[in-house]
Design a protein around this ligand. Structure first.
Ligand SMILES: Nc1nc2c(ncn2[C@@H]2O[C@H](COP(=O)(O)OP(=O)(O)OP(=O)(O)O)[C@@H](O)[C@H]2O)c(=O)[nH]1
Ligand SMILES: [Mg+2]
Length: 306
């Protein structure tokens, strides 16, 4: 992708949606395609909660990738309905869809997402986590089966963690983008604000350091986001955030023995944010209990979900 296009080559730009059931590696793929960590990832399903745009500009082409929440099929809470609305909204209005599954696997939850794809919009099957497939020989018949389920424009087995695979996917995507002027500046990475990214980074560390005990219905609210010029650091950003959990027991879990865990969450999130924002960051964290928030439509909205 690094070759220089001939002068006067028209610009290309378009939307690439990344969809699939929870935990198949959509956000890992988005970050790899963009070349920066914008969308948080974790071992737990239901990590992504919003539509997140990641922009990559190469040569004459600007790729606008849209990461989406994993499509929820298990239970219907206000939060899950909001997540699914995000997915169906994105899917109908893009130039190409990356339908992500785990290579060699296709379950009912994958079929649900597949049924949402719109005719007329090319869909590429991205068979991710190829590194975890031991018997590569069995993949060919599985890919054939997949082609029978849906008329995919391309079948691409890969690992989102292998940079070569990701560059190949980028080249394939380029073919599907129309000639039109770019929508973003060449250096822009996302349409999300730093305030939003701050809450996401805290949420990622929260998930990472609480293991499987903490239900996914915890969320993070930014109470303060202030920037000051600093002669010493160039840029100084002061952030205060509240982690909202459902029960007192969860609160104790997040805080940890003598506040140890909360401190670790804060330190790791701060370091990640300093990299992303190229600034010195002060991060203060609080924990609050608000039971039942994920089942309450009004509260789901007030916490920033569409
Ligand atoms: N071995 C392996 N693991 C991967 C690969 N891609 C992603 N993962 C892991 O899969 C898990 C889920 O990744 P995410 O990117 O958060 O998945 P997601 O589809 O965005 O999940 P939701 O947002 O919850 O729908 C993480 O632990 C990733 O590290 C891959 O190519 N190989
Ligand atoms: Mg995700």
């Amino acid at each position: 992708m690094k070759d220089h296009p001939p002068p006067d080559t028209p610009q290309r730009c378009g939307l690439v949606a990344i969809v699939g059931k929870p935990n198949v590696g959509k956000s890992t793929l988005l970050n790899a395609l963009v070349g920066q960590k914008i969308s948080i990832t974790s071992r737990k399903a239901q990590t992504t909660r919003h539509r997140i745009t990641g922009v990559r500009t190469e040569g004459v082409t600007q790729f606008v990738f849209v990461d989406t929440p994993g499509f929820q099929t298990k239970h219907s809470s206000a939060l899950n309905r909001s997540l699914n609305k995000t997915v169906t909204g994105v899917i109908s209005d893009v130039d190409v869809v990356l339908f992500v599954v785990e290579a060699g696997n296709f379950a009912v939850a994958d079929a649900k997402v597949l049924s949402l794809l719109k005719p007329g919009i090319p869909a590429l099957l991205v068979a991710n986590k190829l590194d975890q497939v031991n018997r590569r020989a069995e993949l060919a018949p599985w890919l054939q089966e997949m082609q029978q389920r849906h008329e995919f424009a391309e079948l691409i087995p890969l690992s989102a963690k292998a940079p070569k695979d990701v560059e190949h996917l980028l080249k394939v995507c380029e073919k599907y983008l129309p000639e039109q002027p770019w929508w973003y500046g060449a250096d822009e990475l996302t349409d999300r604000s730093e305030k939003f990214l701050a809450s996401e980074m805290v949420r990622e560390k929260l998930f990472r350091f609480t293991g499987d005990e903490l239900p996914y219905t915890s969320t993070v609210i930014i109470d303060k986001f202030e920037e000051e010029p600093s002669p010493k650091h160039g840029r100084l950003v002061k952030i205060a955030a509240t982690i909202v959990v459902e029960r007192d027991g969860h609160k104790a879990m997040v805080i940890g023995d003598g506040g140890e865990r909360l401190k670790r969450i804060g330190t790791e999130a701060r370091m990640e944010l300093e990299k992303l924002m190229e600034a010195k960051v002060f991060l203060q964290l609080w924990v609050k209990v608000r039971s039942g928030w994920a089942d309450d439509e009004a509260r789901v909205r007030s916490f920033g979900y569409e």
